[in-house]
Design a protein around this ligand. Structure first.
Ligand code: SF4
Length: 381
């Protein structure tokens, strides 16, 4: 039967293409419809619930053992990080009682010697927490693996999923160049492979994050090949201005957006990734590079908050100004009394922001579906 069908489809390519078109069309239009319904339900639930944040970004330290081309955090290395008592007190504020997901990074979170105690405090203080995401540079292999085992057990006991990501922006000397330190790749690779080879031991989900800049774009295929060879999930972003990272003065040096040649390379890269994976994230980054317009949604417009290592609070880490310091003033008062500023931020800045690009916003989803289904068939038939 299969053989007959294959022969028929081979002999009648137009019918084969039509069937493929129809199946793709049903698949993606169903997704589109589901997305519209989900979005409507979400909006109703949000109206009924409080506007307290569900997503918290919490870099726990300014300190880092690297000095990456797209990061200005070294300027802040002398700043005092909050101690555990500060974190405990701040997170006990009612504002955080609805937080479901927390993203922890730095600086480098594993330079904090008792990171597991910070995580325990976070878990104790956030009753609705279901996901912890940790981003590390992966350099301190032994410490990272030891601490992750402890953190994973703590998460398991509290029914929390732990996702770990390691930043890999280049292979061999390219990683050195991106990180501002020599001979680091082997340690990072060891950490990646150790975690990847022991599923469930150090975390529930593991992957590599690659940030694209002018410096590494021409060798980005090497990272892709390395990840594929080691069977490690990889996700790409473009480096952007980030108030949390104090990197505005480095923008010209690192950003592909400031040079047509590098921008074209990045556009082609994300188009290629989109075509291979149909990923909404890659589609939205590709469209951003092509049109300069954001079509991705962002949790931080309505659901997020950023808590800095010194207690400063901002609505998002990218464009939001600091709206107050939660050591000196209760976090809920800071958050509520600046909501007008958040509305202005969303209306002025979000359209031009490339960060946190993930799923395509419902109002642009039809364009995504069209690009997946219609264009390729238009060219082929
Ligand atoms: S400026 Fe960017 S990161 Fe901040 S809320 Fe808007 S889209 Fe999200």
């Amino acid at each position: 039967m299969k053989k007959i069908a294959r022969t028929l489809l081979h002999d009648y390519p137009y019918i084969a293409r039509f069937l493929l078109y129809a199946s793709q069309s049903i698949k993606y239009n169903t997704k589109y419809l589901t997305k519209i319904i989900k979005e409507k339900i979400k909006r109703v639930i949000r109206k009924l619930q409080s506007n307290k944040p569900r997503v918290l970004q919490f870099p726990i330290t300014y300190k880092c053992n690297f000095d990456c081309v797209m990061c200005g955090m070294q300027k802040m290395s002398q700043q005092r990080d909050m101690d555990i008592e500060d974190v405990d007190k701040i997170l006990s504020n009612n504002l955080f009682s609805n937080v479901r997901s927390i993203g922890t990074n730095g600086g480098e979170p594993f330079v904090v010697k008792d990171i597991e105690n910070y995580i325990k405090t976070i878990i104790n203080r956030l009753p609705k927490l279901r996901n912890i995401f940790i981003i590390t540079n992966g350099y301190l292999t032994e410490r990272i693996l030891n601490k992750l085992e402890i953190i994973k057990k703590e998460c398991e006991m509290n029914n929390i999923k732990l996702t770990v990501s390691i930043s890999v922006d280049g292979i061999g000397t390219m990683q050195d160049k991106m990180r501002g330190r020599k001979n680091i790749f082997n340690s990072i690779e060891n950490t990646c492979i150790s975690i990847s080879n022991a599923p469930g031991k150090y975390c529930d989900n593991f992957g590599v994050l690659c940030t694209i800049t002018k410096v590494n774009i021409e060798k980005i295929n090497e990272v892709d090949y390395w990840a594929e060879k080691n069977k490690i999930d990889i996700s790409y972003n473009i480096a952007t201005i980030h108030k949390r990272l104090f990197n505005e003065d480095r923008f010209n040096h690192f950003s592909v957006l400031t040079d047509e040649h590098f921008k074209t390379l990045a556009t082609e890269w994300f188009y290629y990734k989109f075509r291979r994976t149909n990923s909404e994230k890659y589609y939205s980054i590709y469209r951003y590079l092509l049109d300069g317009k954001r079509i991705a949604k962002c949790d931080y417009q309505v659901d997020g908050i950023t808590l800095m290592p010194n207690g400063d609070i901002s609505y998002c880490a990218t464009q939001s100004k600091v709206i107050g310091n939660s050591i000196n003033k209760p976090a809920d008062i800071i958050f509520e009394s600046n909501l007008d500023y958040r509305n202005r931020l969303v209306s002025k800045e979000c359209n031009n922001c490339s960060h946190y690009s993930g799923s395509v916003a419902v109002e642009y989803y039809k364009e995504y579906v069209d690009d997946i289904i219609r264009k390729p068939f238009k060219y082929r038939i």
